[in-house]
Design a binder for this molecule. Structure first.
Ligand SMILES: [Zn+2]
Length: 438
């Protein structure tokens, strides 16, 4: 069984690892389970298929729908990367040597293997092995994975948290508690941090719109296509009157985010109660009267001349690619412009440089003075903080052994200490390739 099959993300060195051999025999796999559609959890799946995997891939049915968008985009990016690399080599008089990690054809093969299932519907996926998915509250379709099976020592349960959302997040339900397990794999992204309260976060966001309105500037919001873009629209809908959002023109400048939003709409039954009510009412966040969806590059470029009155939501979330770079280029120099950072900004990205207060940045080879005001709103995170992770674990009977995954060293160490102090449980910080007995 394989749990998740994601792309390594980050610097060049990390990304070079994507083409390495898998650390197991692909032919020996019986099944794959995918927790959610973020690319660091599914992005290497087409490579697995390219290398011979033909078995089933179980996941939530909404994740299966999102997977198509994510993987097709990923194949396209891989093709563009390889082409750019090869063109550079040809110009240097060297032969082309780079092939994309996988192709659109591999993606099509992969999509054919997906088996969408529902939350809390125990499904026998292999003889004697039952899979149950529970809502992890992180993005649409995100799940915690419970695998219960017979072992020589009797029945055993392996529980994988997937990425856990934070309580009270827009549209999403709170992560669902799991009653029992013998071994837990727990994510630890924010294992060393506490988010600001939802109220303080929302007040902060509202303040940005008031200030920008007074200054008659634009508000740029770099946002990932899955989750964050939809959440931002939700906040704008929810505080439409209070923040006087009607005086703005809102642009969602991301064809991918639009496709994702369609999938969100198709699965609106998975939203939390407030999200569902809003969905059915005339304050549907995806149909705000002043929201315009921008598809073509020409329409996107037309926004460059607008000096104020626009809220522009565009990818990528860390500003290292995508249309947001054009908008930043045309707005950062303006002192009445505002940039709202709503998600994690990795080291080495343009987003991180801006958050860290860079006075000048280089975009498309052009040096640009940063006069715009920058706002980092950490409380909008799609990940549970230390309290959220601890609370989720607390619900599991008898506090079983826990292995911390999906986090850097500092958050893993902090979370390990917290869990051990509070529950006296055995906490493992694994190294690559380490084995654990369920
Ligand atoms: Zn995720």
């Amino acid at each position: 069984m394989l749990l998740d099959c994601g792309l390594h993300q980050g610097g060049r060195e990390d990304e070079a690892r994507n083409s390495e051999e898998f650390p197991f025999d692909v032919d020996s796999l019986d099944a794959v389970v995918i927790s959610h559609a973020h690319i660091d959890h599914i992005g290497r799946l087409p490579l697995l298929v390219k290398r011979g995997y033909r078995g089933p891939v179980f996941t939530h049915r909404a994740t299966a729908d999102l997977a198509r968008i994510m993987l097709e985009d990923s194949a396209q990016l891989a093709a563009a990367d390889a082409e750019r690399h090869n063109r550079r080599r040809l110009r240097e008089g060297l032969p082309a040597d780079d092939a994309p990690l996988y192709s659109a054809l591999d993606v099509a093969d992969t999509l054919g293997l997906l088996r969408g299932i529902d939350y809390i519907t125990p499904t026998e996926i292999l003889p004697g092995l039952t899979l149950t998915l529970r809502d992890a509250g992180h993005i649409l379709g995100s799940a915690s994975v419970e695998l219960r099976g017979e072992t020589p020592k009797g029945p055993r349960t392996l529980l994988f948290s997937g990425d856990l959302g934070s309580k009270g997040a827009p549209l999403m339900n709170d992560p669902v508690a799991v009653p029992r397990a013998d071994l837990v794999l727990l994510e630890s992204t924010y294992g060393d941090r506490l988010h600001r309260s939802r109220e303080a976060t929302i007040a902060e966001l509202g303040e940005v719109f008031s200030q920008a309105a007074v200054e008659r500037g634009n508000v740029l919001i770099p946002a990932f296509a899955v989750g964050r873009s939809q959440e931002i629209l939700y906040w704008l809908a929810r505080h439409y009157d209070e923040w006087q959002i009607a005086r703005w023109q809102i642009y969602l400048d991301s064809p991918m985010a639009m496709r994702v939003t369609d999938v969100y709409s198709r699965h609106a039954g998975l939203f939390d109660r407030d999200g569902q009510q809003r969905w059915r009412s005339d304050s549907n966040p995806f149909q705000l009267p002043n929201l315009r969806l921008i598809n073509s590059v020409q329409d996107s470029q037309a926004l460059n001349a607008r000096g104020g009155g626009c809220i522009i939501i565009a990818g990528s979330g860390m500003c290292n690619g995508g249309r947001i770079r054009h908008h930043l280029r045309h707005n950062l120099w303006r002192d009445n412009a505002h940039v709202v950072f709503a998600g994690y900004q990795a080291r080495g990205t343009l987003g991180r440089a801006l958050v860290d207060g860079a006075e000048y940045v280089t975009i498309f080879g052009e040096r640009i003075k940063v006069n715009a005001k920058r706002h980092t709103i950490g409380g909008l995170s799609a990940h549970a903080d230390q309290n959220g992770l601890t609370d989720w674990y607390a619900a599991i009977a008898k506090h079983p052994r826990v292995v911390l995954v999906h986090g850097e060293d500092a958050p893993r160490a902090a979370l390990a200490q917290r869990l051990n102090e509070r529950f006296g449980c055995e906490v493992k910080i694994p190294t690559n390739g380490q084995m654990f007995d369920v």
